[in-house]
Design a protein around this ligand. Structure first.
Ligand SMILES: C[S@@+](CC[C@H](N)C(=O)[O-])C[C@H]1O[C@@H](n2cnc3c(N)ncnc32)[C@H](O)[C@@H]1O
Length: 290
């Protein structure tokens, strides 16, 4: 499994969640991306597509990180709701940082005819997504896939090089499942620049919780950390819930809403990743979405 990336796991969960709904576009995108991911993806897809394979995946999940796929669904539901609300409330640009094989950008580009969507990810992931969308015949005219390395390049410069990007427009930035791969100084620099250089930014992001000083899911098995390290995707940064407002404050942002992992009736199936909405300090924010 060491050549299966976390973005492939998220995509496989999306494919599995949509079983029985052949029209689900996010699953079609995830499946097309997985097919292009290389050696391990046919194996992963055949597990998702067969009953014995799904039993094996469920057993592995129960052993290594119970509730992970349902956690992805939990966080994606909330992000889709917050992002949809932000677009209705006047965001003119959507910036998906570390977008991976997610279909939210395509969905919102179609639903909001004036919205410009910018997806940032590593070159290899962007190339796969671009080919997958071509194969599916999906060409949302205002969807821009841009390659960058958040650790070693300047993502704001990448955006400014794109003629359609306009820092003066109200922009919703979504960093789902990606800030944990940056060190805190790198994450702080990115968030601070978004807060400073965009005229009217709102930020939806996730950050890992820390346990004994280490970022991770509450129920993850001891094997998960070494597996992520071997994959080249170690979690580098996390924080306690109580630290989040001050950390965001250091980036010029104010915490506006935090998804409650213990929400009555809809708790996070695998807690350990904070999901929050933030605005620039001083911005007159709309009421937090529910
Ligand atoms: C766990 S996946 C999440 C994908 C997507 N946001 C989702 O939740 O469905 C993490 C994504 O962040 C991207 N990523 C991680 N580190 C990155 C870096 N240094 N530069 C650019 N992208 C990065 C990966 O390529 C991957 O697509």
């Amino acid at each position: 499994m060491s050549s299966v990336s976390t973005s492939m796991l998220v995509a496989a969960a999306t494919v599995q969640r949509a079983r029985g709904d052949p029209g689900a576009e996010d699953a079609a995108i995830a499946r097309a991306c997985l097919r292009l991911c290389g050696d391990r993806s046919p194996g992963l897809l055949s597990l998702v597509d067969s009953a014995p394979g799904r039993i094996l995946l469920a057993l592995l999940e129960r052993l290594l990180l119970p509730g992970l796929r349902a956690h992805y669904a939990w966080r994606k539901r909330r992000i889709a709701q917050w992002a949809g609300q932000a677009c209705t409330d006047g965001s003119a640009q959507l910036l998906l940082i570390g977008a991976g094989y997610d279909g939210l950008g395509c969905a919102l580009a179609r639903r909001h005819p004036d919205l410009h969507v910018f997806e940032l990810d590593r070159e290899v992931s962007v190339a796969i997504k671009r080919r997958a969308l071509e194969q599916l015949g999906l060409h949302p005219p205002r969807l821009h896939l841009l390659a960058t390395d958040l650790m070693h390049a300047d993502p704001l410069a990448t955006l400014r090089d794109c003629n359609e990007f306009d820092a003066a427009r109200p922009t919703l930035c979504v960093a789902e499942g990606v800030l944990m791969y940056l060190s805190w100084p790198q994450a702080r620099a990115l968030l601070s620049r978004l807060a400073r250089e965009l005229a009217s930014p709102a930020i939806v992001a996730t950050a890992m919780e820390t346990r004994d000083g280490l970022p991770g899911f509450r129920r993850e098995h001891a094997w998960v950390r070494p597996w992520l390290r071997r994959r080249g995707e170690p979690f580098l940064w996390g924080c306690d819930r109580t630290e989040l407002p001050a950390l965001l404050g250091a980036c010029g942002l104010r915490l506006q809403a935090l998804a409650d992992p213990a929400e009555p009736g809809d708790p996070d199936p695998s807690p350990g990743e904070w999901l929050f909405l933030a605005q620039r300090i001083g911005a007159s924010g709309a009421a937090p979405p529910h």
